[in-house]
Design a binder for this molecule. Structure first.
Ligand SMILES: Cc1cc2nc3c(=O)[nH]c(=O)nc-3n(C[C@H](O)[C@H](O)[C@H](O)COP(=O)(O)OP(=O)(O)OC[C@H]3O[C@@H](n4cnc5c(N)ncnc54)[C@H](O)[C@@H]3O)c2cc1C
Length: 304
């Protein structure tokens, strides 16, 4: 469903993020859990896009499989780093033919296995260039929906390391939204005040598209450390770190604490009228299901 229709239908959206598993066993495990996610009735789910060639194809395959074989509505992430304009056009064409309704348009993390990669040779400098390309594709009527793809972009409540100038970052975000984005989904954050302050700054610069809050339940010490590598700009509050490190010899207690923290964040966001919550699931249904259970909800509809 086009993201504008989803926002029309759901006063608060709930969405889940997956990544394409690297092994056949990982695919089978994820797809055996799909019914757990379906039972929660999310507004949509999204699938990340990697820097390497093989993982990029897997994003497409996973999105098409979810669309075909599940009740979930998949939104592919698409990044412009290391892609030519022609390649992007082909990817859009394939998603349009598969009747995929929305795309999250991102710059993308630079490939970790190519430290000397020269970004200046890319056809796309920033995510805004990808947004403009998708919009031009939409305007050519190349998608079965006359509106074309719904477009999401990324936002960084705690800032993005490449733009330490905190006034300019809002101008860049506004330009990205004005180029054609229908919504902004944020980087994960662990202190809701950061999100509320950023939401107000968005209002101040005139960004009025729905803002979706990215929440990640910490499930292990290792997963927190990995996320700190990947999630540029994210701050880990001392109270959270204390809770995790004090339990580090007891993995079940770490998981319980991480889920409790994320659940409190969700409750507080819902109370403050958040437009959407996006849960970074890391392909695990247990933490996500526990959050719903603790909130006393059997599915997304009962959370609204
Ligand atoms: C919800 C979400 C999902 C993500 N999914 C993925 C994924 O699947 N795969 C992946 O590889 N990465 C993913 N990322 C990470 C993201 O690609 C990186 O953090 C990337 O560095 C920033 O992406 P962006 O789309 O915000 O880029 P941009 O909007 O291009 O911004 C990148 C930097 O450039 C600055 N900038 C923007 N416009 C200008 C301008 N005109 N002049 C100067 N500076 C400018 C911005 O302020 C920012 O600092 C995700 C991030 C989020 C928040």
């Amino acid at each position: 469903m086009h993201i504008r229709d989803i926002f029309e239908q759901d006063s608060t959206t709930f969405s889940f993020e997956f990544f394409p598993p690297r092994t056949d066993a990982g695919w089978e495990t994820l797809f055996t859990r799909i019914s757990d996610f379906e039972a929660l009735g999310p507004s949509f789910v999204s699938v990340t896009y990697g820097a390497g060639g093989a993982t990029r194809q897997q994003t497409h395959d996973m999105v098409v499989r979810l669309h075909r074989d599940s009740k979930l509505d998949p939104v592919p992430h698409l990044t412009c780093v290391c892609h030519s304009r022609d390649e992007i056009e082909q990817i859009l064409q394939r998603y349009a033919e598969a009747e995929i309704s929305n795309i999250l348009a991102l710059h993308g993390d630079p490939p970790s296995d190519r430290p000397d990669y020269d970004r200046s040779k890319d056809d796309f400098r920033y995510a805004i260039d990808l947004v403009k390309t998708i919009r031009a594709f939409n305007e050519r009527g190349a998608h079965p929906d006359p509106r074309g793809f719904g477009i999401g972009v990324a936002g960084f409540p705690e800032g993005h390391p490449e733009t330490p100038q905190r006034l300019r970052e809002m101008d860049y975000l506004k330009a990205k939204v004005e180029a054609g984005a229908d919504y902004v989904c944020t980087q994960m954050f662990f202190d809701n005040h950061e999100f509320y302050d950023w939401r107000e700054r968005c209002e101040l610069v005139g960004i009025s598209t729905p803002l979706i809050a990215g929440i990640m339940p910490i499930t292990s010490v290792k997963n927190m450390q990995r996320m700190a590598e990947l999630a540029a700009g994210t701050r880990f509050p001392a109270r959270l770190l204390k809770g995790i490190y004090h339990r580090q010899d007891d993995p079940a207690a770490v998981l319980q604490f991480g889920v409790l923290w994320a659940t409190e964040q969700c409750r507080d966001l819902l109370d403050s009228g958040v437009r959407g919550i996006h849960l970074y699931t890391l392909n695990r249904s247990d933490a996500t299901m526990q959050i719903y259970k603790t909130l006393g909800a059997k599915d997304s509809a009962s959370l609204r």
